[in-house]
Design a protein around this ligand. Sequence first.
Ligand SMILES: [Fe+2]
Ligand SMILES: [Fe+2]
Length: 351
Amino acid sequence: MQDPVALLLTDRADRSAGIAAALEPAMACHVLGMDEPWTGSAPLAGIIADVDIVRSRTRQTVRRLREAVEPGDAPLLVLMRSRSARSFADAKAMGADICLLPRTSPHVVAQTFLAQTSPRQDMIDLTVTRAVGRAGRALNTLLDAARANETLDTEAFEAGVHPILTAVAAGGLIRWLDLVWSFDDATYQHCLLVAGLTAALALHLGFSEADRQHLVSAALIHDIGKARIPLAILNKPGRLDENELRVMRSHAAVGYEILEQATGFDAATLDVVRHHHEMLDGSGYPDGLRGSEISDRVRLVTICDIYAALIERRPYREPMKPADALQVLRDMKGKLDGDLLAAFEQAVFKR
Ligand SMILES: [Fe+2]
Ligand SMILES: [Fe+2]
């Protein structure tokens, strides 16, 4: 059987290349002009309509196309040209399953589309493999620069974040975790796990493009301070003594200092890097924050961080089973945000 493809119907071809490129790791995308018939034979995963739906002729074209290609179940995603109530009404009347606001980025169009469709497992695997490679390179470059006290290249780093969201949106969280578990480097494995889990939670909560991107970026970088922790402590098998623990715990404040001296990292990212070990009851570090002093984004990354640390694979110990790790988080009542933990459970376990 042929791979399912995405069909992009467009009346502004200048945008279509970006959307096709963002979908490409997971799914081929056929671009169709307004007056072109669809003559392909591949099964359709869904239709993206980047057209001016206020025109009745356009709406008819979309309807006809949808009926002709896959009656019933191919989702229709409409890229709106305006936020007006009329545009929404027209899109819904046309059978739109999802409406995206004007100027939604190609990456978010791709992520939203993939979350609605079911790419084949081998395509998901390929998407995840590429995304792990790109995110991993972005992370390593940053960790190396932090170790060597060199300038951090924020632009290259950000480019490694989109693919994580695309891979997880395509349904690749389990594959993501599997692949990342195979890495030996503890910090590398941990940061990629936290980033994948955060992507799943941010997508589940329906966060905006900017918030998703921000959160996953912060999750990927949250332990950058560990670049300055001696390897003998960082990779020590077994328990740390009191002095080693103090050094290890300094990574949150050290990470904050590293990013504060760099350019291109905003206050929200610095907040996550400094405070991801704070607990709602005030028992965390480095600042002993409590309750409302801890932002939602920090609470969210903290849940993913603790869960990732519990399920990580180390040569010297068995990883905790996912259900047991979840129970540990539930038992941390009063320390973690209960609503976000419930959402985490939905996002990661009930897929
Ligand atoms: Fe940490
Ligand atoms: Fe961490």
